[in-house]
Design a protein around this ligand. Structure first.
Ligand SMILES: *Cc1c(COP(=O)(O)O)cnc(C)c1O
Length: 369
């Protein structure tokens, strides 16, 4: 019998599979313990839970789920546009920002084209480019941060997209304004630059890339409701770009891609300043605590700008397993070639303390550190 792979798009055969953080339920089942006993610090989720205003709005929205959602996302796009100082025509919604990354690849990449990313960049970019059979040019990052000059050197006449996560996941590093401005002075016009700002709201002094959208440059700024707003489970992301780029991306969008519940939740979350403030406060204090403890333990870490820290533990896979046995889920990074590292999301202070006490035990038994 012939393999179905003879019929399928060949680039899918070697497509890498995104490895999500290990779910709490699955871990509880495997360890035979209650889900409440497990600390999940593996997916950069909000430790305080969803925005309470969003929960109320989503409960109300449930009564109308027999109706299709507003496919144009009018009110949410309007509210986002007002908040960031652009027009509704400059905003598109996605089923998570991950879907927007896919719109970008669908819209701009074909066989023979290239997308430039940094080594250790968020892996979703590589996955999206592969879907459309484009080649990914990965520029080196010996010190775990993005080097925009190296990325510019990776650009050829076939390059259509440059994808930059700022701050990056899993490294947590932030590119400063000056380097972005230098880059924007040099990037050629045949390339669309994507700034993925999933952790924008956690930054003390966020770089301003929306100025380039307002200037009409080929720039797309991607953000999400999954992180500070605590809505990862309902899947809403958005992007801002000059109107002609948004028009192109809208063509790649399925008509009802963001559910009515998600739209209602996101709209309310956007107004929930208190939840955003409390989340940032919790993350700032928790990250400082984790980094102080890593120093104490003598383990190398990359100072993070977002709600997670990347730590060098010796054997990432083994550390993940041994932390798991102690009911703490962290994220191994072998998929990024970072076999000696794990990524730890900032939790509540109680969760952070449990994580550190488990890590202490694990490091004691780990001969390689
Ligand atoms: C978490 C994350 C996202 C968010 O993905 P959603 O699809 O919006 O949940 C996007 N980009 C980066 C770099 C991330 O870390």
């Amino acid at each position: 019998m012939r393999s179905v792979w003879e019929l399928a798009n060949p680039q899918l055969k070697d497509q890498i599979v995104y490895e999500p953080g290990k779910p709490i339920e699955e871990t509880a089942r495997e360890l035979g313990i209650a889900p409440e006993d497990i600390v999940k610090l593996a997916s950069n989720e909000n430790p305080l839970g969803p925005s309470p205003l969003a929960v109320v709005a989503m409960r109300e929205a449930v009564g109308n789920v027999h109706l299709y959602p507003d496919g144009s996302g009018y009110y949410l796009r309007e509210a986002i546009a007002k908040r960031v100082g652009v027009a509704r025509e400059n905003v598109i919604l996605g089923n998570g920002s991950n879907e927007i990354i896919e719109f970008l690849a669908h819209a701009f990449l074909n066989r023979g084209d290239t997308a430039v990313v940094s080594q250790y960049a968020f892996i979703a970019y590589k996955i999206a480019a592969t879907l459309f059979d484009a080649a990914v040019i990965e520029t080196p990052s010996p010190d775990y941060r993005h080097h925009l000059n190296a990325m510019l050197r990776g650009v050829t006449s076939n390059t259509r997209l440059i994808l930059i996560a700022n701050p990056n996941n899993p490294t947590g590093t932030l590119i400063p304004q000056r380097e972005i401005d230098d880059f924007m002075n040099q990037v050629p016009e045949h390339v669309v630059t994507v700034f993925d700002e999933a952790y924008y709201e956690f930054l003390d002094q966020p770089p301003d890339v929306l100025q380039y959208v307002r200037m009409g440059r080929n720039v797309v700024v991607v953000r999400t409701f999954s992180k500070i707003h605590g809505l990862a489970g309902v899947r809403v992301g958005y992007a801002m770009a000059p109107a002609p780029i948004i028009e192109v991306l809208q063509k790649a969008r399925e008509p009802f891609n963001v559910s009515s519940i998600a739209q209602a939740g996101a709209l309310a979350a956007l107004q929930d300043k208190e939840h955003q403030r409390r989340t940032k406060e919790t993350v700032d204090a928790g990250r400082a605590y984790l980094e102080k403890e890593f120093k104490h333990l003598g383990v190398e870490f990359i100072p993070g700008a977002a709600n997670f820290v990347m730590v060098r533990v010796g054997d990432g896979r083994r550390t993940f397993q041994e932390m798991l046995a102690r009911k703490v889920i962290v994220r191994p990074l072998a998929g990024y070639g970072l076999t000696e590292w794990v990524r730890i999301s900032v939790g509540t202070m109680e969760q952070n303390e449990r994580c550190i006490s488990a890590l202490k035990e694990v490091l004691k038994t780990n001969p390689t550190t």
